[in-house]
Design a binder for this molecule. Structure first.
Ligand code: BT5
Length: 326
C-alpha cells in the first residue's frame, strides 16, 4: 500500500525532512502522486510539513483511530498483530466471534470507529457513537474453564491501568468489570465464549471506552462519563488502543504463569464500594448487605446478617453516600 509505504518512510526520521526525490525513487511514484497521498494523509489527521525545496516531514500522528498509527505504537508480541479497523460495524464482538468460528487466531483484534448494534451483557444495548474506542480481541488462553470467568476481571484491571498510563485518570471498578469515574460508567467490558467449550477455548473480549465524545452523545438517561470530558480535551485513541493491548497481553501472561492472586489484589485496590451497603439482584431475588470483596474465584462476597454469601453472576448496585444506588 502506497499510503503505508510513505508513512513508513517519513516515520523512519520523524521531525526531519525526507525529500520528494527520495520518496519518488524508493516507491517508484511521481511527485504528483506523492503530493496527492500527502494531502489524503493530512485529511485523515496526520500533521505533515511540506516545503518545495526540502520535501516532507511528519510532525504529528492523528488522534482519531488509524490502522497505521496503532501498528506504529503497538509493542505486543501477539495481541493486535492482526488488526482490522472498521469505519462502522454492527458489533466488533459479533465480527470477532464469527472469525473465531472460522479458525481466527489468538490475538486477532477488531476496532471500530462506530458501532450500530453494540451490545452489553444480557443483550443490553451499548451506545457506540464515533469518538469512542470500540474494540474486541480473540483470546485462546491456556486456561481451564473455571479460570475463564476471571478473564473479564483481569481485563478490567488491565484496561484501567492502561487508561491511567495514558491519561493519569484513575478509574474505579464496579464488580465485575465496569470502570467508573465518580459513579459514572466510562468503560464497559463484555466477555463471551465463542463456539463450544469442549472444542476450542475461544473467548472474545469486548472493550468499550467512552473516549473522545461527550456525555450527551451517549444519552442523558444513562449514567455515563467520557475521558474527553474528564480531561477537558481529546486523547490519542491509537496510543490508547496500543496500551490497552499491551497491558492485556502482559497480564494474561502473568495469569497463565502465576494464577489469579496478584491480579485479584490489583482488582481489589480499585474496587468501588468495599465495606459499603450494596444491593445484589440475582434473578428475582434481592439481597441487601455489605460488600466484603471478591474471593480467589473472582466471586462477589456479600455479608448478610453476619454470614457470607458469594455470587458468581448477579447485578450489583452500590449505595453512594447520598443514599443513591448506582
Ligand atoms: C457492558 O454491558 O458494560 C459491556 C459493554 C461492552 C461494549 C463493547 S464495545 C466493543 C464490543 N462490541 C460490542 O458489541 N460490545 C463490546 P452491561 O454491563 O450490560 O452494561 C450495559 C448498560 O450500560 C446499558 O444497559 C446502559 O445502561 C449502559 N450503557 C450503554 N451504553 C453506554 C455507554 N456508551 N457508556 C456508559 N454506559 C452505557
Amino acid at each position: 500500500m502506497v499510503r503505508k509505504a510513505i508513512l513508513d518512510l517519513l516515520a523512519q526520521r520523524p521531525g526531519t525532512f525526507v525529500s520528494g526525490e527520495v520518496i519518488s525513487k524508493k516507491l517508484n511514484l511521481t511527485r504528483a502522486a506523492i503530493w496527492k497521498q500527502i494531502q489524503a494523509l493530512k485529511a485523515s489527521g496526520y500533521e505533515i510539513d511540506s516545503l518545495t525545496k526540502n520535501g516532507y516531514r511528519l510532525l504529528k500522528l492523528p488522534l482519531s483511530l488509524d490502522e497505521w498509527s496503532i501498528g506504529y505504537e503497538l509493542r505486543t508480541n501477539v495481541l493486535g498483530r492482526e488488526l482490522h479497523l472498521f469505519e462502522t460495524i454492527p458489533s466488533t464482538n459479533d465480527w470477532v466471534k464469527a472469525e473465531a468460528l472460522k479458525g481466527g487466531a489468538h490475538g486477532l483484534v477488531a476496532v471500530a470507529k462506530e458501532q450500530k448494534g453494540g451490545r452489553g451483557r444480557q443483550m443490553r444495548a451499548w451506545v457506540s457513537p464515533p469518538g469512542g474506542l470500540w474494540l474486541s480481541v480473540l483470546l485462546k488462553p491456556r486456561l481451564s474453564l473455571a479460570d475463564a470467568s476471571k478473564l473479564t476481571l483481569l481485563a478490567s484491571v488491565s484496561v484501567a491501568e492502561a487508561i491511567e498510563a495514558v491519561t493519569k485518570v484513575s478509574l474505579g471498578i464496579k464488580w465485575p468489570n465496569d470502570l467508573l469515574f465518580n459513579g459514572r460508567k466510562v468503560v464497559g467490558i463484555l466477555g463471551e465464549v465463542a463456539g463450544e467449550w469442549n472444542t476450542v477455548q475461544s473467548i472474545v473480549l469486548g472493550i468499550g471506552v467512552n473516549a473522545n465524545l461527550s456525555r450527551h452523545q451517549i444519552g442523558e438517561e444513562i449514567q455515563a462519563d467520557t475521558l474527553q470530558e474528564i480531561l477537558g480535551e481529546p486523547l490519542n485513541l491509537n496510543s490508547l488502543a496500543a496500551r490497552i493491548l499491551e497491558h492485556l497481553e502482559k497480564d494474561l501472561e502473568l495469569f497463565e504463569r502465576q494464577g489469579f492472586a496478584s491480579i485479584c489484589e490489583r482488582w481489589l485496590q480499585r474496587a468501588v464500594g468495599i465495606g459499603e451497603q450494596v444491593q445484589v439482584r440475582q434473578g428475582k431475588e434481592l439481597f441487601l448487605g455489605i460488600f466484603k470483596g471478591i474471593n480467589e474465584n473472582g466471586e462477589f462476597i456479600l455479608e448478610l446478617a453476619g454470614a457470607e454469601k458469594v455470587f458468581a453472576a448477579a447485578e450489583v448496585s452500590i449505595r453512594s453516600e447520598s443514599g443513591i444506588y448506582f
